[in-house]
Design a protein around this ligand. Structure first.
Ligand SMILES: *Cc1c(COP(=O)(O)O)cnc(C)c1O
Length: 453
């Protein structure tokens, strides 16, 4: 039997999970007998139906899935999550999950350590959207009436969250490599009333890393908060193969006011695991509420007092805790080496596309996302060809993603292209799985084959 059969539960996994559940049960063995009564047969039937329904998915775990930003959870995360389901802890309050709340605090301390923060205030949450919402909510509370800015390549969630929170939002232009244009930002700061600058370290579309160093330098002249949205890119902080610009940006993270990182993106976690960190633990007072339900059972602020969400899966904390134990977030460690492989995979695909006559690759990847157009005479034809390649590649089991890029950015890398519409549909490959590195030749061969056909 193969060690890793796609989508099959490994016998080791089953055995390890069983062993962990036995240990968990030992902790409750002195209770009076109580055996929940279930009828298993109908469950098997329903589960078969569910499994059939679930066949309608892309094979995210396979290296030939090279499209959207997806990465399978690590088996240790999956097992830890499953094991804790037998308790189903709720990290809203200590009454709902004492152990998993303590584990969450350890996870937060470890993430803070990774970024070089001394004693951040933070917690896990449903994902990057929720985490960014908390960051912008705090920013708005501290600077009422001031405007939030993020680059035009920042995640759309920032403008929408600002709308939800009733905050003014404006976007800043980017340079053709997708990074925030610092000169344009300075003009906005000069005209005043900017309270917070959102720097994206790893944009979702292009994987561009905003020039955090230059942004922070502007604080010598202007007074503003800096929030770093590194939902996708955060873990690259411990990679060793970043280019110089990206390295410089990541190195300045300890100086910012708040950070968002999504363990469910590059951190090997099941969905439902985002994280917000504030450098100044003093912002905790902003969360003060007087719920009659949440018992203030300890002198320290507990998680229910520093989150906007109420009920939250304690299982997410258990899964992340187990993953961090197995794969510590240290430069040069196994986890960091896997991130380096993703960086190398993106560079290898970039080189392949750069040599191919069928494709026009855009910016050199700063992280592990590659964006490329299909060669054609004009923007309309290139867009049509991109859709065609997307469909034909899928028939050969290679799954890509489509992204609309502003024509101005595409022209920078492809000056001969006739621009007859505002945007160009391009292909986008997020190479988040380290295994991609071994599959670039195969991916390239399919890309050439479908472009020619
Ligand atoms: C994914 C992402 C988000 C949104 O996070 P979710 O976990 O999908 O809610 C926000 N910002 C960036 C940069 C992202 O990559």
């Amino acid at each position: 039997m193969h060690e890793k059969e796609l989508l099959m539960i490994n016998q080791n996994e089953l055995r390890i999970l069983q062993g962990a559940l036995e240990t968990l049960a030992d902790g409750f063995s002195d209770l009076p007998d109580f055996v929940p009564d279930y009828d298993w047969a109908p469950m098997a039937a329903v589960l078969q139906q569910a499994a059939k329904r679930m066949q309608d998915n892309y094979p995210y775990e396979h290296p030939l899935y090279a499209g959207q930003m997806l990465k399978p959870p690590h088996p240790v995360a999956r097992m830890a999550y499953a094991m804790s389901m037998w308790i189903n802890p709720n990290n809203h309050a200590l009454d709902g999950g004492r152990a998993s709340s303590a584990m969450e605090l350890e996870c937060i301390a470890a993430l803070g350590d990774m970024f070089g923060l001394q004693q951040p205030l933070g917690h896990l949450c449903g994902g990057g959207t929720m985490a960014n919402l908390e960051a912008l909510w705090v920013a708005g509370r501290l600077q009422p009436g001031k405007t939030i800015v993020a680059s035009s390549q920042a995640h759309y969630t920032h403008s929408r969250i600002s709308e939800v929170l009733g905050l003014n939002f404006t976007s800043t232009a980017v340079t053709p490599d997708g990074r925030m244009d610092v000169a344009a930002l300075e003009e906005q700061l000069e005209s005043g009333n900017i309270g917070t600058v959102v720097a994206t370290l790893g944009t979702t579309g292009m994987g561009a890393v905003d020039p955090l160093s230059e942004i922070l330098e502007l604080r010598q002249k202007y007074d503003f908060r800096v929030h770093v949205d590194t939902a996708y890119g955060g873990y690259f902080h411990i990679a060793s193969k970043l280019g110089a610009d990206a390295r410089q940006a990541f190195d300045r993270i300890p100086e910012v006011d708040s950070i968002v990182i999504d363990p469910h993106k590059h951190g090997l976690q099941p969905y439902g695991c985002g994280c917000i960190l504030f450098r100044d633990p003093g912002v905790g007072v902003l969360y003060k509420h007087d719920s009659p339900y949440t018992y203030f059972s300890s002198a320290e602020l507990h998680l229910g007092e520093i989150t906007l969400e109420c009920s939250r899966a304690g299982a997410s904390a258990v899964a992340l805790w187990a993953t961090q134990k197995l794969l510590p977030m240290i430069p040069g460690g196994e986890f960091a080496q896997a991130l380096d492989k993703s960086l190398l995979a993106a560079r290898a695909l970039y080189r392949f596309l750069d040599r191919s006559d069928n494709y026009r690759v855009l910016m050199e990847p700063q992280l592990d996302i590659v964006v490329y157009a299909v060669n054609a005479k004009d923007a309309v034809a290139a867009s049509e060809k991109a859709s065609k390649v997307f469909e034909e590649a899928a028939k050969k089991d290679l799954h890509l993603a489509l992204v609309n890029m502003p024509s101005a950015i595409v022209s920078h890398y492809w000056p001969e292209l006739e621009i007859n519409q505002e945007s160009v549909a391009c292909l986008r490959s997020c190479l988040l799985k380290p295994e991609h590195l071994e599959w670039i030749d195969e991916i390239g061969a399919i890309l050439d084959e479908v472009a020619a056909g």
